[in-house]
Design a protein around this ligand. Structure first.
Ligand SMILES: Nc1nc2c(c(=O)[nH]1)N[C@H]1C(S)=C(S)[C@@H](COP(=O)(O)O)O[C@H]1N2
Ligand SMILES: [Mo]
Length: 577
């Protein structure tokens, strides 16, 4: 059978889409904006975290004085003899530091450097941390941005801050799209390295280094701490076994901090969080984000302490073990360490400029490498809804507001002249008025909004289910995607738009919302119509919808990446994590 209706008419807004550069052009980007020195909230007061430095110094000096005093106490001396720092039952590792372990140690430090840098860049896109899901300004416990200004619209994008290019990747403000590709793809490599490490650890005797096998490690760790702090370092047997303080610290890093980071990373995803029911509600995105950050603090503390101790407890011998795999005092370990550090330094130095220059390439490679994570989120069926009680007192606004006479006129007469066009590959193209849309079946849902930048908020949304509109317009068999065109432009000119799979449009929680929290949707949040699609990040939910066009392919729209942010800010077409 052939279809003999005329070829689909493209929606007129299509011609308003803009092309986008394949690299970051700074004069087309958000202008830089400095943050403030990180602050922590203690009660009502904001405290500069740099106070931690003199505080740590004073505590360290006091710790040394106390530890030296303790060593004069006979009972402590007896304790130190009884618990020298390594349990008597600790079994020696006979295989030294094999090549796989040394290589994996290096890869781990190499990957971590870039994961941390990209992670900080992601944090700089919403430089505040909260415990509650609603992200109400003033309730954050940590921030490196000033208080949210009152008396004006302050969007999440306005809130983002610049990082130095040597610290973040790529450093410039609101570059979360690119930073996420780095964070996710290097994390994938880091996880593969980690899984191989776990396997090799437990199929050889190397696990004995890291896993405590007796409670005696507790008093022995206390003993080691007193010995280090009193500046009389414990006898070193690292070639064979670690002291208990080392063992516990390494154990926490490898078996607690790393898995915690991975889990809390995934828990920030709308598709995963919404899929997990009560777990996703109890460990809401902001808790996950805060714990993810605390795990980072552990890693930073660990790196500082570990590297310091490597260097002050016999650098040459220590570097020989972990880099050259030999037990002795020659220079081979130092040489290999220096070569490894040169590699880290050169790649560190290149990462940000490369990312700006080859942004589209970074997006493509990132999308390829992040595909396994993306696939994890494909079996979602997010049906997680919340209760009235969970509705956020504050809901961050975001995006580029409409600025056209056409839009102003629509607002003036209460959208009486608004028409939603639905066209493209459909059997029955439609133009629906605001009143007609409201007369259709209505669905309400209380759900969490997950902005890619990191904030979240809960609202009750009311509107027309997309599946009902599909029944009305009847997409043809060729239609694979729904394109949502906005009445508003994007930040860099050209119309804002985004593309969704048809399957996603049939989901029970996908609606065109005209109500928010029981009231008509405000212009700020997308009036007359905005999409709600609960397994996706916020940027996919087009506000101020002008038209929906069904298409077979989206490569000929805009820059062909599947949406405005995908084209201009190098986001992923579908990465609901
Ligand atoms: N037309 C248009 N729609 C848009 C945007 C935009 O810039 N333009 N921003 C998106 C982003 S990034 C988010 S997080 C949500 C924000 O919705 P809210 O203002 O209701 O919080 O809208 C999305 N829809
Ligand atoms: Mo967003």
């Amino acid at each position: 059978m052939t279809h003999n209706h005329p070829g689909p008419k493209h929606d007129p807004v299509r011609s308003q889409l803009s092309h986008a550069d394949d690299r970051v052009r700074l004069n087309h980007w958000l202008p830089p904006q400095e943050g403030v020195v990180p602050q922590m909230r203690i009660g009502e007061r904001w405290v500069n975290v740099l106070w931690a430095l003199p505080l740590a110094f004073v505590l360290l000096v006091m710790g040394v004085a106390i530890a030296q005093g303790l060593r004069q106490v006979p009972a402590v001396q007896v304790f130190l003899v009884r618990y020298p720092g390594i349990p008597l039952s600790a079994v020696a590792v006979n295989t030294g530091f094999p090549a796989w372990l040394r290589l994996q140690h290096f890869l781990n430090l190499f990957f971590m450097a870039f994961i941390i840098r990209a992670g900080l860049q992601i944090l700089a896109d919403h430089p505040r941390l909260y415990w509650k899901r609603d992200c109400t300004p003033g309730t954050e416990w940590f921030r490196f941005q000033k208080a949210v200004p009152a008396g004006r619209v302050w969007t999440a994008k306005d809130d983002s801050v610049t990082l130095p290019a040597w610290l973040g990747i790529p450093g410039i403000r609101h570059s979360i799209g690119l930073a996420r590709w780095w964070h996710f793809s290097i994390t994938l490599l880091w996880m593969i390295n980690g899984i191989i490490f776990y396997i090799l650890l437990f199929t050889t005797d190397q696990w004995l280094r890291l896993v405590p096998t007796t409670w005696e490690v507790i008093p022995n760790a206390a003993s080691t701490a007193v010995q280090y702090l009193s500046l009389t370092f414990p006898a070193d047997q690292s070639w064979l076994r670690y002291n208990s303080l080392q063992q516990i610290t390494y154990f926490i890093t490898v078996f607690v901090a790393a898995p915690t980071s991975i889990l809390t990373g995934f828990m920030q995803s709308p598709a995963i969080s919404n899929r997990l029911g009560w777990i996703g509600r109890a460990f809401n995105r902001q808790r996950a984000r805060s714990i993810h950050f605390i795990a980072l603090c552990w890693f930073l503390f660990y790196i500082l302490a570990h590297v310091t101790l490597v260097f002050i407890t016999g650098a040459r011998v220590n570097l020989n073990m972990m880099f050259a795999g030999v037990n002795g005092g020659n220079w081979s370990g130092v040489l290999m360490f220096v070569m490894a550090m040169v590699l880290v330094a050169v790649t560190w130095w290149l990462a940000s400029p490369f990312t700006l220059r080859h942004a589209r390439r970074v997006q493509q490679i990132g999308a390829f490498l992040a595909r396994p994570f993306n696939n994890v989120t494909q079996w979602w069926d997010p049906t997680s809804q919340l209760t009235e009680h969970d509705i956020s007192p504050y809901f961050w606004p975001n995006g580029t507001m409409p600025a056209s006479d056409e839009f102003d006129r629509l607002v003036e007469d209460g959208f009486a002249h608004y028409r939603l066009r639905i066209d493209g590959l459909v059997e029955k193209p439609a133009e629906l008025s605001y009143a007609e849309l409201k007369a259709m079946p209505k669905q309400e849902q209380i759900t969490t909004h997950f902005c890619i930048q990191g904030w979240s908020g809960v609202a009750r949304w009311g509107g027309v289910p997309m599946r009902h509109l599909l029944d009305v317009v009847k997409p043809t068999v060729d239609a694979r995607y729904a394109v949502f065109y906005s009445l508003a432009d994007g930040a860099d000119g050209g119309r804002y738009y985004d593309v969704h799979s048809i399957a996603n449009m049939r989901h029970e929680l996908t609606i065109l919302a005209y109500e928010m929290n029981g009231a008509p949707l405000s212009v700020l949040h997308g009036a007359p119509l905005r999409l709600r699609c609960e397994n996706e990040l916020g940027f996919k939910m087009v506000k101020w919808i002008a038209a929906i066009e069904f298409v077979h392919d989206f490569s000929d729209l805009g820059a062909g990446q599947g949406g405005y942010n995908e084209d201009h800010e190098f986001y992923g077409y579908r990465v609901p994590i």
